[in-house]
Design a protein. Sequence first.
Lengths: 356, 356, 356
Amino acid sequence: MSFPRWLVALGAIGLIWTVTGSSTYTEQVVTSIAPVAAAAQPTSGGGQDLGDGTKLATWQMVNGRKEFRLTVAPTPWEIKPGVVRQAYAINGTVPGPVIRVNEGDKLRILVKNDMPEDTAMHWHGMVLPNDQDGVPLLTQPLIEPGQTYTYEWTAVSTGSHWYHSHMHGEQEGRGVYGSLEIVPRIGEIAADRDYRIMVGDGALGFVINGKSFPATAPLRARVGERVRFRLIGTGPEMTHPMHLHGGFFEVVAQDGMRRAFPERMDTLLVGVGQTFDIIFTPTVPGKWMMHCHIFSHSETHEGMSGLVSILYVDPPAVSLPDLSQLPPAVPGLPQLPLPTIPLPGLPLLGEHGNHK
Amino acid sequence: MSFPRWLVALGAIGLIWTVTGSSTYTEQVVTSIAPVAAAAQPTSGGGQDLGDGTKLATWQMVNGRKEFRLTVAPTPWEIKPGVVRQAYAINGTVPGPVIRVNEGDKLRILVKNDMPEDTAMHWHGMVLPNDQDGVPLLTQPLIEPGQTYTYEWTAVSTGSHWYHSHMHGEQEGRGVYGSLEIVPRIGEIAADRDYRIMVGDGALGFVINGKSFPATAPLRARVGERVRFRLIGTGPEMTHPMHLHGGFFEVVAQDGMRRAFPERMDTLLVGVGQTFDIIFTPTVPGKWMMHCHIFSHSETHEGMSGLVSILYVDPPAVSLPDLSQLPPAVPGLPQLPLPTIPLPGLPLLGEHGNHK
Amino acid sequence: MSFPRWLVALGAIGLIWTVTGSSTYTEQVVTSIAPVAAAAQPTSGGGQDLGDGTKLATWQMVNGRKEFRLTVAPTPWEIKPGVVRQAYAINGTVPGPVIRVNEGDKLRILVKNDMPEDTAMHWHGMVLPNDQDGVPLLTQPLIEPGQTYTYEWTAVSTGSHWYHSHMHGEQEGRGVYGSLEIVPRIGEIAADRDYRIMVGDGALGFVINGKSFPATAPLRARVGERVRFRLIGTGPEMTHPMHLHGGFFEVVAQDGMRRAFPERMDTLLVGVGQTFDIIFTPTVPGKWMMHCHIFSHSETHEGMSGLVSILYVDPPAVSLPDLSQLPPAVPGLPQLPLPTIPLPGLPLLGEHGNHK
């Protein structure tokens, strides 16, 4: 839900007026509302580790645009200890760096092709000029080996999207993709944690964020937190039913667009090209898996492998009262047993043994 | 949303009463409402080209029923220039002609089998008598080579459906299917354009409306129009994540049933047997692709191929004011930059070069 | 939707007070509300045939817990007459018995491994202590051949779920799974019939509830009844577009969670690990198929086979008035023909011949 800017502005005025207790409304408005001071704009940014095996793309402000530089090149890539595959990495990593900007930012993205084959880059989910759409031979010429191509567009399509090579699926399968996140001015999805789960099934094998379990990045959260996962089906070939252990999640957005009515589930079909924002609020500490439920993608005779991530859930940072000991609400009424909410410290935990 | 007939009738009465300014309500009703004159019913119809590579089935009125004749026969079928496959065409085309009728129409459909093998025709999504359901050996005998079988039923299941052979998937894969559209009396989905996207993955290869890109029919629209696509998964084998460039669409109906809350997305899983009605309102002129995002279905090392359609979007027929130049709403409040809506004529277009 | 217990209690008090007409509220509450007499709890149960090829698991109460015993063992399993495959059956059947308990029940489940390989059992969709989650080497040791492992947890995750082996998919494909149904205290989905459709695509072939058509259990219903299907994708490999003939159904829950807005459709993608509760209200008698619409999973050149169930729909148990003969609502208004609802006895039936 978003509000018109003038309504937000009026709300701010009202708030200030209330707080200052002014008795002369008109005067107060005039004197208390100074033009919003423009915060000093940083001239560069990015590079942070996002805790899920990805990191932010770096940028610098050049002539009013955030400028990103992506170089795609053949790179040996270790998907798990001892298993190295030939990738096409972007700036040395699979996936490429996370491009994360604000709604309204003007962007310039320079794509340098150091692969031995042609390419083009598509900004999936973006509303932009047709000649910036990145479809070779349809909306632009091929980017040939050694060439650099410049894309310029303004970020107006908010939410979780992605960018990827728009050549045959082999390039995608070797890693030519990354997360593309346009933070909305109003209405960002509230979350305590923010993790990407980019699912791949090409020449690198079954990988999440470029890694195969047990090399996938360990994710962390606490009981009671809102954990946001950005699921992205990078393909290039399969639909994956992604399953979460330990409860259910809510699907709050699809392809960057907020859902009017978030549905709850524990398994979600993620097809090639789709993105989903889901929110999981863990209620029980432990090691909870997120994995593809097609077991040939996630398990072998030697245990879990491939499309598996583990969310390590710690106890909550605050303690909660034990609601099961409340006295009866009405004298004379029997106290029905409460459904035992499995929070740490409550009786359900430690029932079986080693987990107390 | 639909209204009871009596409510519509009362609304009509009220409208007439208001317009005529009658002061005697009861009398006016009686005198102004004559029985609706039955429009002269046409006795035949169909045959129009629908602009998407399909055309309407022809019919003639026989004893109070719209009578359609479908002949299924082996036919060499060119899926793209120079590539001919052996199809089972209906009345000479793949897909078969679009059967489009009104809610309440009584139908008679004669299916002649000129294939060298048995068949039966299923009216997918229809509520009808069980013996008209078209499942061979379960609800009817086989239609043997050379035989003609007659189906009779009344169209009560509104929306976008399809018909297809209900023998093993090979017949479907060779083209024995078509769109089946029951126009509702009230509540039709409003649209400026109406295109079918029937996705096939059988013996004819990866085809949309029987053709493989670049032979798929070029689709046309203008900025600001509501473009309706009827997506139909004809299979016989695969689920296709259909992706639209240039923005997002709304899913307004599934299997002919209106969605209570249309969700917005840019990629939609279309499984075998499913139909979806989606609405796309383009905001930027250009060549925007609709394609399966599994690239082995839609792209080769030589460029796009297979499950690809292009929507050619022209500038709008009306011009819109440039909202970015509005003065500040509240004196003293700074004017935040509006998100740049990429409409033609606004600054976003032509940023990069050849597309102005 | 659920209400706090105290609100329900107050409602009950108010109801009693109103009925008895007491003028002294406080006194009345005290005297009229006796503690709810605890119904005599049964000490064992289960074993009933559910009419869909499955039966309830048996249990007995042991130290305040419902105790179930599951033994997994190699078993020759006839998927259809004359076709026997090597299964891993639970208590001798594929699928294993249906574990059906109440919200709040404390469970103990003893899993005995009589297979020649390791295993572990996962309670899919349950909120429970991490060490009861059944992921070998992550949350528990392997259950080696000959060993028995004990799981203890409390049923708090209501709705339709399932249990299954969490080893590589081969065990799942051979039958190590069953339905897991937690009946909620408030808000159970109302239905006249309750059938399971567990879809498998592993070493046993394409099976519904362990059987391949025509050996799948014949399902029965009457026109006008609410028929609940619990669709469960047991995999281990594929997504199946499950299609229903004869009308549409409503998706009322996913993975056990109620949908805020049930959508209507006739074909639903069921991926591995997903469960859906759907409601179908047949309007026409006859033999209506539920089948996977990928025909290589459900049909051969010799007719339907594999992932096919038939719902035999009988006429309604009550008769309905013929609404098409109502007189015009407003004198002078023409009577538009009603859409012909295909109920038995109305004109639509018997149009074509053998089904009257």
